[in-house]
Design a protein around this ligand. Structure first.
Ligand code: PLP
Length: 292
C-alpha cells in the first residue's frame, strides 16, 4: 500500500500571518514567477518519516532556518513549519506508519514583482525502497568540487553549507558518476580535502574512529550522520569532526554515505578500488537509525 502524497501550502498574508492550506499535489500550485522556480532562489529540507514519526525534526528545522539566514531570506516561523510537518503525516492516515516516507520543506524568496513574502510548502510522499543500497552498498567516485576547503570563510556568497534549491550541480555530479559507472559521488576540495556527497554526508572509519568533515569546511551539517555518531558514542565508540585527506579516505577501514532517506549506505568501491565491508555492522546500524 502506497501512501497518497500530501501537500500543504504555506502563504503569508498582508498582516504577516501564515495560512496553511491543504492543496492537490497533482495540480499546479506555484507561480511561474516564483524565484524558487526561476532562479532556484530558496532553501529546502528532506526529512525521513519512519513509523509515522519525522526523524531529527528539530535539527532539520534549525538547518532550514540556518540556510534561510545564509540566503538573507525572512526567518521561517519554525512553529508553523513544525506543525505543518506533523499535520502532513496526520493527513496521510494510519498507513503512514507502515512505510518509509519523505517530507520535503520548500521555502523560496517568493514571487517576482509580488508582495515580498516568501513561498513555502510541505510535501509528503512515499520514498525508497532503499534495501539495494543499504545492503548491497554503493560504488562511489571522487569528483573535484572546484572550491578550496576554506571557501565558506573566504567566499560565503557561494553558499556552501546552505541547502539551497539550486541542486542542478549536485544532479550533474551524479550523472557524471553514472557516466563513470558509479552510483554516487564524494566531492573533494581543490586542496585535497574530503567534503561530502551531492546529497549525503561522508562517514569514514579511520583507526577505529568514526570521522566526518566539519561543517566549517562548507559542507551541510548532516542530521543522519549526527544520529549515527550519537548512536556510536552511546555504544562506546569514538567519533571525530576533522578534515580528512583523500589518502585517508582511500585507506579508511570502512566508508558510508549518510542521508535522511537512505539512512546509511556502505561504500563498496571508491574510484574502482574495493572498500572493506562489515555487512552485519551496517545492517544493525541501519536498524537502529530506522528505530530512532
Ligand atoms: N550533504 C548534502 C549536500 C545533502 O544534500 C544532504 C542531504 O540532504 C546531506 C549532506 C545529508 O543530510 P541529512 O542526513 O540531514 O539528510
Amino acid at each position: 500500500m502506497t501512501v497518497k502524497p500530501i501537500l500543504l501550502m504555506l502563504r503569508t498574508d498582508s498582516s504577516g500571518d501564515i495560512e496553511v492550506r491543504a492543496a492537490d499535489p497533482d495540480a499546479p500550485q506555484v507561480s511561474v514567477l516564483d524565484f524558487g522556480v526561476t532562479r532556484g532562489d530558496g532553501v529546502f529540507e528532506s526529512i525521513g518519516v519512519v513509523g509515522g514519526r519525522p526523524q531529527a525534526l528539530e535539527p532539520h528545522l534549525e538547518r532550514l532556518a540556518k540556510s534561510a539566514a545564509m540566503l538573507d531570506l525572512p526567518e521561517p516561523p519554525l512553529d508553523v513549519w513544525r506543525s505543518a510537518v506533523l499535520q502532513s503525516i496526520e493527513l496521510a492516515g494510519p498507513d503512514a506508519a507502515d512505510e518509509e516516507l519523505l517530507v520535503k520543506l520548500i521555502y523560496t524568496r517568493g514571487i517576482e514583482g509580488g508582495d515580498d513574502t516568501a513561498t513555502g510548502w510541505v510535501h509528503l510522499f512515499s520514498s525508497g525502497p532503499y534495501d539495494h543500497e543499504r545492503e548491497g552498498g554503493i560504488s562511489v567516485v571522487t569528483l573535484d568540487r572546484g572550491y578550496r576547503s576554506d571557501v565558506a570563510t573566504t567566499s560565503p556568497w557561494l553558499l556552501q553549507g546552505a541547502k539551497t534549491l539550486s541542486y542542478a550541480v549536485n544532479k550533474a555530479a551524479l550523472r557524471e558518476a553514472g557516466r563513470r559507472g558509479a552510483d554516487d559521488v564524494i566531492f573533494i576540495s581543490t586542496d585535497g580535502i574530503v567534503l561530502e556527497g551531492p546529497n549525503s554526508t561522508v562517514i569514514a572509519l579511520i583507526d577505529g574512529v568514526y570521522v566526518t568533515t566539519p561543517s566549517s569546511l562548507g559542507v551541510l551539517e548532516g542530521t543522519t550522520q549526527a544520529a549515527f555518531f550519537a548512536d556510536a558514542e552511546g555504544r562506546g565508540a569514538a567519533t571525530e569532526y576533522r578534515s580528512i585527506t583523500v589518502d585517508e579516505l582511500r585507506s579508511a577501514s570502512a566508508l558510508w554515505l549518510a542521508s535522511s532517506g537512505r539512512q546509511i549506505a556502505p561504500v563498496v568501491s571508491l574510484d574502482g578500488e574495493a572498500v572493506a565491508q562489515d555487512p552485519a555492522f551496517t545492517s544493525a546500524a541501519v536498524g537502529r537509525l530506522l528505530a530512532r
